[in-house]
Write a protein of this length. Structure first.
Length: 510
């Protein structure tokens, strides 16, 4: 007579909450690093002699490696063990951070950022999938993912504050060196505390063609958007990158549908709830990453804020994200369907973004920027929390790493596209404004400086309008595609092997 889930599952792993501390610390480090460099970028650019045209590569090199290698990293975690991948990812990230902090020129800096991205691609899916297999009770899962979601959403803004302190009072190099103690503490703690459930690994042979096609396809996609900013949308190389990306990713999907052990089983991607999470989250992150960059430069260049003051200016967004994730998302996730958190959450964030379309050179921080950030934070926090949980809910445990990688991929590729796409829109609007006011700008003096500032703000405002539309689209996708009920009341079930395997996860811990 077959055993039921109740007879198979022992008491929950008593170390799971300790493990969450180290998983959360590692996630904080990864998310911090995605934005901490934004604050330090003006100083690092001057110190290392990086041109204006190449400065965005300090951000994009990281995102390219991270986004391109995440699926590979997720499958490595599934195959060789999430704890092992987690610890190796932390050590590698620390070493790459040390290289970045010691950079003596542009090439060394960009190489270090790419290495950080590569090890981050191993670390991030391992962290999320460890949560997925360690927390199986619906209420505990909601709390764990509430904490994780708050870090994933608010960690980027925390990075801006920390970056401000380190840049102003120490040196921009410390925005890299600060990762080292984070990584050491998380790696040591994880090694002694984390225990993976047995039977959750995927021993299948690695899908090498899938790795190559997905990596090249994602890199070509992100590079196409990046190239468009400097060379234009009709540039031959830009167009070639988009065509190559479409061809490579189409070939990837075809290969995945045919091979015995695919890198990304299509059942992970095509289940409508998870697909809805990946798509809506990726679009929302396009808006968020672009906004971080715009507000950073607006506050420092237009308003004259110091790096520390700029960092503190992002506090309302952090407070909103933490509140939205832990007090709204985590409390309601077991009571209402995820779409009723994600859809309204993205709409609330779009309302905050809509306020920022009114940005002007003399805009008041308390009257405009502060309330806009609060709305953005509350909305994103409320939406991120159920999204993080739903991205792995009901998936075959042997696929937990690659499912986790998909949510990270949607975020990182979305971030890279957001930085490049919205920057391109902003740059075009700025150029058009300067062309229309060329006579005033040519006059020189204070008037010319004012025209320059107004042109920058005009560019930001134009790009933010696009961000509003993107967030509204995210909301519509969440309402339309995500149809599952609340966790614990009939959540999504994986197709095929996944439903059976989900019952078997917690058998024995080792």
């Amino acid at each position: 007579m077959p055993k039921t889930a109740a007879t198979l599952a022992p008491a929950a792993d008593p170390s799971r909450w300790k493990a969450l501390v180290f998983i959360a610390l590692a996630q904080l480090m990864v998310v911090l690093d995605a934005t901490i460099v934004n604050i330090a970028l003006p100083s690092a650019q001057t110190d290392l002699g990086i041109s204006d045209g190449n400065r965005q590569w300090v951000i994009t090199a990281y995102a390219l490696a991270f986004g391109g290698l995440l699926l590979f990293g997720g499958r490595i975690a599934d195959k060789w063990g999430r704890k092992n991948a987690f610890v190796v990812g932390l050590i590698g990230f620390a070493l790459a951070s040390a290289l970045g902090g010691a950079a003596t020129g542009e090439a060394m800096m960009l190489g270090a950022r790419a290495l950080q991205g590569a090890f981050g691609a191993l670390l991030a899916p391992a962290a999320l999938s460890l949560l997925a297999v360690m927390f199986t009770d619906a209420k505990e899962r909601a709390k764990a993912f509430g904490i994780y979601g708050a870090i994933a959403g608010g960690g980027g803004a925390v990075g801006l504050i920390l970056g401000g302190f380190l840049t102003e009072y120490l040196n921009w190099r410390w925005t890299f060196f600060v990762n080292i103690p984070f990584a050491i503490v998380a790696a040591v703690g994880a090694w002694f505390v984390i225990r993976e459930p047995a039977g959750a690994r995927n021993p299948a042979k690695l899908d090498v063609p899938g790795v190559i096609l997905s990596t090249l396809g994602l890199v070509a996609l992100v590079y196409g958007f990046t190239r468009a900013e400097s060379a234009g949308w009709s540039d031959t190389v830009t167009v070639a990158m988009f065509i190559a990306s479409a061809a490579l990713l189409t070939a990837f999907v075809y290969v995945e549908s045919k091979v015995k052990s695919p890198l990304l089983p299509l059942r992970v991607l095509l289940e409508r709830n998870r697909g809805g999470v990946y798509l809506s989250l990726g679009l929302a992150v396009i808006s968020m990453f672009g906004l971080f960059l715009f507000l950073t430069y607006y506050l420092q260049v237009v308003k004259g804020f110091s790096p520390v003051k700029t960092g503190f200016a992002f506090l309302p967004m952090i407070a909103g994200m933490i509140t939205g994730s832990t007090q709204i998302g985590a409390r309601l996730m077991t009571r209402v369907p995820p779409r009723l958190l994600m859809g309204p959450g993205f709409l609330l964030a779009a309302t905050g973004m809509l306020l920022l379309t009114q940005l002007e050179v003399g805009s008041s921080y308390p009257a405009l920027i502060l309330p806009a950030q609060l709305l953005l934070g509350l909305g994103m926090g409320s939406a991120f929390m159920p999204a993080m949980s739903l991205a792995t809910h009901g998936v075959n445990p042997a696929d937990a790493g690659v499912a986790s990688a998909m949510v990270n991929t949607s975020q990182q590729v979305g971030g890279a596209i957001g930085t490049a796409l919205l920057n391109t829109i902003a740059a075009s609007a700025t150029t058009a404004y300067l062309t229309d006011h060329a006579a005033e700008a040519a006059a020189g003096g204070p008037a010319a400086k004012l025209i320059q500032a107004q042109a920058m703000v005009e560019g930001y405002s134009s790009a933010i309008w696009w961000a509003v539309g993107i967030l509204v689209t995210s909301s519509l996708i969440a309402f339309t595609l995500i149809t599952t009920g609340r966790p614990g009341a009939g959540g999504p079930v994986a197709s095929g092997e996944g439903a059976e395997a989900e019952i078997k996860i917690p058998v024995v811990a080792h």
